[in-house]
Design a binder for this molecule. Structure first.
Ligand SMILES: [Cu+2]
Length: 68
């Protein structure tokens, strides 16, 4: 069963940041699709059954801040 998870993402300033966050989220276990990463407002939507903490950790590792 897959669900949609939405994150608030802080620290993205350009399309390179958006691409980096998208790539980081796509690599998380359980993510089936990165539906959207948006610069303004900073947000990300993924589909799948990934753990929220894993998504947040991946964004953090990429250099940004995420929260649910
Ligand atoms: Cu950037």
């Amino acid at each position: 069963m897959s669900e949609t998870i939405q994150l608030k993402v802080e620290g993205m300033t350009c399309m390179h940041c958006v691409a980096a966050v998208r790539k980081a989220l796509a690599a998380v276990d359980g993510v089936e699709e990165v539906v959207d990463v948006s610069l303004e407002p900073g947000s990300a939507t993924v589909r799948g059954n990934a753990r929220a903490e894993a998504l947040i950790a991946a964004v953090k590792e990429a250099g940004y801040t995420a929260s649910i």
